[in-house]
Write a protein that binds this ligand. Sequence first.
Ligand code: SF4
Ligand code: SF4
Length: 233
Amino acid sequence: MKLLGSGIFKGMAVTLENFVRSYFDRDRKHHLFTKEYAWKSDAPADQLPARADTTVTTRSRNFPMLLHDGKGSEDPMASIRCVACQICERECPPQCIFIEKEYDANGKFVKRPVIFDIDISVCMSCQICVEVCPFDAIVMNSEFELSNNDRFNGLLVRRDALLKSNDYYHRIHPEEAQERDDRMAREKAEKEAKQAAADAAKKKAAELAAEKAAELAAAKPKVDPAAPTATPQ
Ligand code: SF4
Ligand code: SF4
């Protein structure tokens, strides 16, 4: 029979073992970090020599990022998924998201954010912004090295720094990204089928209305313009 709370002691024993071994092992990272490494940064590998052994896995979540569907050097803003609906801004519990909508020269809203900032000194990584976004535009990044010596502006992550490609998302969270892509494709197909059915019904209704109008016109008695009209007495 498993004793209630025994898992806590088991975990503490592993921690204690790692802690003690770290004093005798020069390469203590082999005991302090897990080997389930799956995260790859966009930065060149030679700039990140220490990252081969991190605790980051495909299940790691840290702060949010914004997704775009561009490839390579394409302008990420051309395919940004965010439509600046501001739902995440409203729902974020500590209110650390700030969004401003983009307008064109005629003052028309172009469904993109001109400003999208997240204050990561306030963000509590709750993922509520991800849950509420109806456009699959914001997801969690596993990037953890965000330390900065500017405690104010340095922790305000701007739109362009938040923007990551869907390919990057697939690299850090392959299963989740695939599930999201599949669901989006399914929803798009369902929406298109619904729209096609609605268009067909509309067309049919218009045809029926035209037929009815033609029948009514045919049933109406014809007036002969040459026929003599009755003169009043
Ligand atoms: S990330 Fe999603 S919820 Fe937030 S503003 Fe953009 S589209 Fe709306
Ligand atoms: S993870 Fe939570 S706290 Fe951070 S921006 Fe999203 S909703 Fe706000």
